[in-house]
Design a protein around this ligand. Structure first.
Ligand code: ZN
Length: 175
């Protein structure tokens, strides 16, 4: 098996993870690659893209082991985020496409007076996914975030935090 690329899909929400995996799957299929998704203990999935051996050709005697610090590291990630422990993919974790990304966190809160439903989208996102997470999660929070004492203060803090994340994502190149 030749591992061509390895990425981590970890968005913070199960649905978005599944969406990311589906997009990787489609992308891998289009490239003639096989995708393996391994659930990670800290959440999310490790995605390995494996090239099928060409028919009639013997498999390489030693499996290709990608160097931990070269191809797998996002060149756009800040240096402290590089390395094996926190593998920064060179692909957007929102849509799975290879593109410049930035580590961003968007939060959403729905206040239900006595309880609240918080959710977080955290990962390396490209410009367009950052924008869509920002508008969706901030919009829902602005409508439904205020109903409850804890929710009120939580939303008061998270909306400006989302705006700050959005503003920093505008430094990414246009797609
Ligand atoms: Zn994206």
């Amino acid at each position: 098996m030749n591992v061509v690329a390895r990425h981590v899909v970890r968005t913070g929400t199960h649905e978005a993870d599944q969406q990311g995996l589906a997009q990787w799957q489609a992308w891998a299929a289009a490239q003639g690659l096989t995708m393996y998704a391994t659930p990670l203990p800290q959440g999310g999935f490790q995605v390995d893209l494996v090239a099928a051996a060409a028919p009639g050709m013997p498999a390489a005697p030693t499996a290709y082991a990608a160097p931990a610090s070269a191809a797998l590291v996002n060149p756009y990630a800040p240096p402290h985020a590089q390395g094996v422990a926190q593998m920064a993919p060179a692909c957007c974790q929102g849509c799975g496409h290879p593109k410049p990304t930035k580590h961003l966190t968007f939060r959403q809160n729905i206040g239900l007076v006595v309880l609240r439903i918080p959710s977080t989208a955290e990962g390396y996102f490209g410009r367009s996914c950052a924008s869509s997470y920002f508008w969706r999660m901030t919009g829902i929070s602005a409508l439904f975030g205020w109903w409850g004492v804890i929710s009120f203060f939580y939303t008061l803090v998270t909306i400006p935090a989302n705006v700050a994340q959005y503003v920093s994502s505008r430094g990414l190149p246009e797609e």
